[in-house]
Design a binder for this molecule. Structure first.
Ligand code: 4AD
Ligand code: MG
Length: 430
C-alpha cells in the first residue's frame, strides 16, 4: 500500500492507500463515523462503516478526540458532493498519539486566547491558508528579482547605528559595545548596489514600536531593492511592477486559499498598472477636502492613509514629502529643497503604507551635513559616507514590509495573523 498526501488523492481513485495526519473534526451516525483528516496538504473525509472494520477500530473512530494523530488505510472513492471530489472508505485506523482536551474548539475564541495558543492556532484552515499565501508571496518576490537581474545581498541584523530614527531602536550589548537590531537593510543595500547595480535584501527587521496598532509589529520581514542610477520615477515604476507581479502570482496559484479566507478577489484583480501617483501636497488637499485637518508638513498617519485609499480602487503612490519629516539619507527635490524625493505606496481598502522608499542623497558634503544636523554619530556612518567618496552615483530603492502586503492580499485586518509567530509590544511568547 502506498502512503500518499491528500493533495494527490485524485491520482489514486479506486486504489487502497494510506494517509497520515490529524483529526480536524468528526461526527457519527449509527453505523457510520465520519473523520475529517488533515495532513497539511488538505482535508479529506474518511468514512468508517461498522461492518467494514473491527470493533476496536469502530470504537476508536467514534471516540477519537480532535487533533489526535493517526494513520488510515482505505480505498479512494469518488464523491461528487465533497469539495475535494473524493473520500476514503476506511479499512483500518492506527492511532499515533491521542490528543487529550485540545484547547481550541470550533466555537469562537477571543483573540488573546488564540494568540496565547498561536502554536496550535496555526493548524486552523484559516491560518494555514494565510501561511500558504505568505509562502507564495515570498517565493514570487525572489522570482521577480531573479527574473529582473537583481542579486540577493543579505544585510546584517546586528548593527552599530540607526537607519530609521533612534526612537524605535532595540539595543543590545555587543561585548561591551552598544549594538542595535537592524531597522532596515537599506544602508548595506546601497553599498551592495554600488558593487552589483541592482540588488535586494530580504530579512527580519526590528522596531521597538511603543504603540499597539493593527499595522505594527516589533519584528517584521522587509524586502528592499536598491538600484544604481534609478531616479524617483524609476523607483515608482519598479514598485508598481513588483506589486502587480506579486498580486498576479497569488491570483494564479492560491485561489483555493483566497476562497478559504473569503477574500473578495475583485479587489485584487483591479490592482493593475498604472497606479495613481499624487504628490504629498495633493494628498493633503484630498484630506482637507474630506474634513481631515492635517496641515502641510504634518505626518500622514494610519487614519489619513485610510481616507486617501478610499479615493482609489488600487494602490496609490504618494510622492515628494516634506524633507523635515523624512529620513536623513533622502535626496532633496532640486526643484524645491523643502521636499524629499520620497515615495510611499498606500494599499487599498485601508491597509496603509505597504512600501516606503526614496532617492538617496549621493553628494558627500550634503550627506555629511545632514548626519550632523540630525545629531547622528558621524563615526558610525564613515563607511556609508565612503560610498559617496568613491564613485557615488544617483540611486534609489524602497522597502516593503511583507506582513502589510500579506494583510492586504489576504484581507486580514491585523498584522498578527500574517506572520507565524508575531512579536508585538506585549507579546514575546510563544
Ligand atoms: O517606511 P520604512 O520605515 O522605510 C525604510 O525602512 C526604508 N529604509 C526602506 C528602504 O527604502 N529600503 O519601512 C518600509 C516598510 C513600510 O512601508 C511598511 O510596509 C513596513 O516597512 N513597516 C512595518 N511593518 C510592520 N510593522 C512595523 N512596525 C513596520 N514599520 C515599517
Ligand atoms: Mg515609511
Amino acid at each position: 500500500m502506498t502512503r500518499v498526501y491528500i493533495k494527490d488523492i485524485g491520482k489514486y481513485s479506486g486504489q487502497e492507500i494510506i494517509l497520515q495526519g490529524w483529526l480536524y473534526n468528526k461526527s457519527s451516525k449509527g453505523k457510520l463515523a465520519f473523520l475529517q483528516l488533515r495532513d497539511g496538504t488538505g482535508v479529506i473525509q474518511c468514512v468508517v462503516f461498522k461492518g467494514d472494520v473491527s470493533e476496536e477500530v469502530f470504537k476508536l473512530a467514534e471516540t477519537l478526540p480532535q487533533e489526535s494523530s493517526f494513520a488510515v488505510a482505505g480505498i479512494v472513492k469518488e464523491d461528487k458532493r465533497s469539495k475535494l471530489g473524493f473520500e476514503i472508505g476506511v479499512k483500518n485506523i492506527s492511532l499515533i498519539r491521542l490528543a487529550k482536551d485540545y484547547p481550541i474548539s470550533p466555537k469562537e475564541h477571543g483573540t488573546a486566547f488564540l494568540m496565547d495558543h498561536r502554536h496550535l492556532w496555526l493548524r486552523s484552515s484559516r491560518q494555514t491558508a494565510i501561511l500558504k499565501i505568505r509562502d507564495e508571496i515570498i517565493f514570487a518576490i525572489r522570482e521577480y528579482f531573479r527574473n529582473n537581474d537583481f542579486t540577493l545581498v543579505d544585510s546584517p541584523i546586528l548593527t552599530p547605528a540607526a537607519s530609521e530614527g533612534t526612537s524605535t531602536l532595540f539595543e543590545t550589548d555587543y561585548f561591551g559595545q552598544k549594538a542595535y537590531l537592524s531597522q532596515s537593510g537599506q544602508l548595506y543595500g546601497e553599498a551592495a548596489a554600488m558593487a552589483l547595480g541592482k540588488i535586494y535584501c530580504f530579512g527580519p527587521t526590528f522596531r521597538a514600536e511603543k504603540s499597539k496598532t493593527r499595522r505594527h509589529l516589533t519584528e517584521f520581514w522587509m524586502v528592499e531593492p536598491e538600484v544604481a542610477f534609478n531616479d524617483l520615477n524609476d523607483n515608482m515604476d519598479l514598485a508598481e511592477d513588483f506589486i502587480c507581479y506579486l498580486v498576479r502570482q497569488v491570483l494564479k496559484n492560491r485561489r483555493a486559499e483566497l476562497a478559504v479566507l473569503e477574500r473578495d478577489i475583485s479587489k485584487l484583480e483591479c490592482a493593475r498598472k498604472p497606479f495613481p501617483r499624487i504628490t504629498y501636497t495633493e494628498a493633503i488637499e484630498i484630506l482637507n477636502k474630506k474634513g481631515n485637518p492635517t496641515q502641510w508638513g504634518g505626518d500622514i498617519g494610519g487614519d489619513e492613509e485610510t481616507l486617501i485609499s478610499r479615493e482609489f480602487d488600487r494602490p496609490v503612490i504618494i510622492n515628494r514629502y516634506p524633507a523635515a519629516i523624512k529620513a536623513f539619507y533622502m535626496k532633496r527635490d532640486p526643484q524645491d529643497p523643502k521636499l524629499a524625493l520620497a515615495m510611499d505606496v498606500i494599499g487599498p481598502e485601508g491597509y496603509g503604507e505597504i512600501i516606503g522608499g526614496s532617492v538617496r542623497e549621493e553628494d558627500y558634503e550634503t550627506l555629511l551635513a545632514r548626519i550632523k544636523e540630525q545629531n547622528l554619530p558621524v563615526e558610525a556612518f564613515d563607511w556609508y559616507l565612503d560610498l559617496r567618496k568613491y564613485g557615488g552615483v544617483p540611486h534609489a530603492g524602497f522597502g516593503m514590509g511583507i506582513e502589510r502586503f500579506i494583510a492586504w492580499i489576504c484581507g486580514v485586518p491585523h498584522l498578527r495573523e500574517t506572520i507565524p509567530f508575531p512579536r508585538l509590544m506585549d507579546r514575546l511568547k510563544p
